[in-house]
Write a protein that binds this ligand. Structure first.
Ligand code: NAD
Length: 360
C-alpha cells in the first residue's frame, strides 16, 4: 500500500425514495426559520412545491439559476436574500442550482440544504465555479460545502432520458479521474469503482426505460459516490479540457464531458496500467471504448462539432490545455493532446491503447 492522505468532508446525506418529505425536519434540525428556495426557471414549480412543504419556514423562491453560475445572477439572488432576510438556502435542481446556493453560502455563510435532481455531483464538493464576463474562476472553501443533501429518487424520474445519460457519464468522469488522481487513496478508489459499476449498469437501463425505479436509484447512488470522489481528490486533463471547452465555446456541461471522457482516458491509459486493469474488471477489455459505447447506448452526441464547437477551436483548446495545466498522470504532449481533442471533435472511437508504460 503506498502512503496517502485522505480528507473526508462533513456532510449529512439522506438517500431514498420520498425523502423530500424529510426536508421540514432537516430545516428544523438546522434551526432555520426563513429559508430561500432556489431553482432554475424550468424547475420553478418544484421550488414552489418545496416552499409550500416548508410553510412558515420558507421566506420565498428565487427561480433564476442558470448554468455556470454567472456573478450577475448571484447578485440578483443576493438582493432577494437581503429582502427576505433569509437564514438558509435550499437548492432543488442540478449543478446550476447547487452552484447558485454555493455562491450565496460563500458570500454569507448561510447553511445550505441541497436536493439534487441530476447526477452532476456538485452537492458533495466544497468547490464553486463562477463566471464573470465569460471568464470562469474556481474556488474552494468549507463555507461552500452544503450542510445537508437529500437524495430523493422520485425527483430524478422526470430527468429526460438524454440528460440522464450525459449527466450520468459526467458523474463517471469524476470517478475515473479520481482513480488516477495525484491524491488517489484507497477510500476514494472504493467509492470510484462502486460508482462506475453502478452507473455503467444503470444508464443503459434508464435509456431503455426512463421510468425504471431500480435503475434510477442505482444511478443516483452512483452519482452520490462520484460527487464524493470529485470533492475529495484533484481532477486531471479530462476536467481541464471540459472546463476549457465549455468556457471557450459555451458548450453544454454534461454533453461535453460525455464526448471527451473516452478520449481523455485513452490518452492517459499508457501511464496508468494498474487503473486500466481495475476498469477492465468493470467495463471490459477496452475501458475507453466501453465509455464511448456507453455514450452511444444512452443516445448521447459523441462529437464536439455537433455540440457547437468550431473546427478552429481544436488548436485554441490545445493551447488552453497547456495554460495553468492540471496535474496529469501522463505528461502533456502537444501533438497527442491535439489528436485527443480532434478525435472528440469528430466523434471518432478513441485511439486504442497500444503502449504500456510503468505507472499507477
Ligand atoms: P443543470 O443544473 O444546468 O440542469 C440542466 C437542466 O435540466 C436545467 O434546465 C434543469 O432545470 C433541468 N433539470 C434538472 N433536473 C431535472 C429533473 N429531474 N427533471 C427535469 N429537468 C431537470 O445541469 P447539471 O449538469 O446538473 O449541472 C451543470 C452545472 O453544474 C455546470 O455549471 C457545472 O459547472 C456545475 N458543476 C459544478 C460542480 C462543482 O463541484 N462545483 C460539479 C459538477 C457540476
Amino acid at each position: 500500500m503506498r502512503p496517502f492522505h485522505y480528507n473526508g468532508h462533513p456532510a449529512r446525506v439522506i438517500f431514498g425514495s420520498g425523502t423530500l418529505s424529510q426536508l421540514p425536519d432537516e430545516v428544523a434540525r438546522l434551526g432555520l426559520k426563513r429559508t430561500l428556495v432556489l431553482a432554475t426557471p424550468p424547475q420553478e414549480a418544484e421550488a414552489k412545491r418545496v416552499a409550500a412543504l416548508l410553510g412558515d419556514a420558507s421566506a420565498g423562491v428565487f427561480a433564476g439559476a442558470v448554468m455556470h453560475t454567472p456573478v450577475e445572477v448571484t447578485e440578483k439572488a443576493m438582493d432577494v436574500v437581503a429582502e427576505t432576510e433569509a437564514d438558509g438556502v435550499i437548492a432543488i435542481g442540478g449543478g446550476s442550482t447547487t452552484g447558485l446556493g454555493k455562491a450565496i453560502a460563500f458570500r454569507t455563510d448561510l447553511p445550505q440544504i441541497v436536493v439534487p435532481t441530476t447526477y452532476a455531483g456538485s452537492e458533495m464538493t466544497p468547490i464553486l465555479g463562477e463566471t464573470r464576463d465569460n471568464a470562469k474562476t474556481t474556488q474552494s472553501s468549507p463555507k461552500i460545502l452544503p450542510e445537508v443533501v437529500i437524495y430523493d429518487v422520485d425527483l430524478t424520474m422526470s430527468l429526460p432520458a438524454g440528460l440522464s445519460g450525459t449527466s450520468g457519464i459526467n458523474a463517471i468522469a469524476h470517478a475515473v479521474e479520481a482513480l488516477y488522481s495525484r491524491d488517489a487513496n484507497p477510500i476514494v478508489d472504493l467509492m470510484a469503482l462502486d460508482a462506475i459499476g453502478a452507473l455503467h449498469r444503470a444508464l443503459p437501463r434508464i435509456a431503455n426505460d426512463p421510468g425504471g425505479r431500480e435503475a434510477r436509484s442505482d444511478a443516483l447512488y452512483g452519482a452520490w459516490l462520484c460527487g464524493m470522489c470529485l470533492g475529495a481528490v484533484g481532477m486531471s486533463l479530462h476536467h481541464k479540457l471540459c472546463h476549457t471547452l465549455g468556457g471557450s465555446f459555451d458548450l453544454p456541461h454534461a454533453e461535453t464531458h460525455t464526448a471527451v471522457l473516452p478520449h481523455a482516458l485513452a490518452y492517459n491509459a499508457p501511464a496508468i496500467p494498474a487503473v486500466i486493469v481495475r476498469l477492465q474488471a468493470l467495463l471490459g477489455p477496452d475501458p475507453a471504448g466501453a465509455l464511448y459505447d456507453l455514450a452511444g447506448a444512452v443516445g448521447a452526441e459523441r462529437s464536439l462539432k455537433a455540440l457547437g464547437m468550431p473546427e478552429n477551436g481544436i488548436d485554441a483548446a490545445t493551447e488552453r490545455a497547456f495554460a495553468n495545466p492540471y496535474w496529469n498522470p501522463r505528461p502533456l504532449e502537444r501533438d497527442a493532446v491535439r489528436a485527443l481533442i480532434a478525435r472528440a471533435y469528430a466523434g471518432e472511437r478513441p485511439a486504442p491503447d497500444t503502449t504500456s508504460r510503468p505507472g499507477r
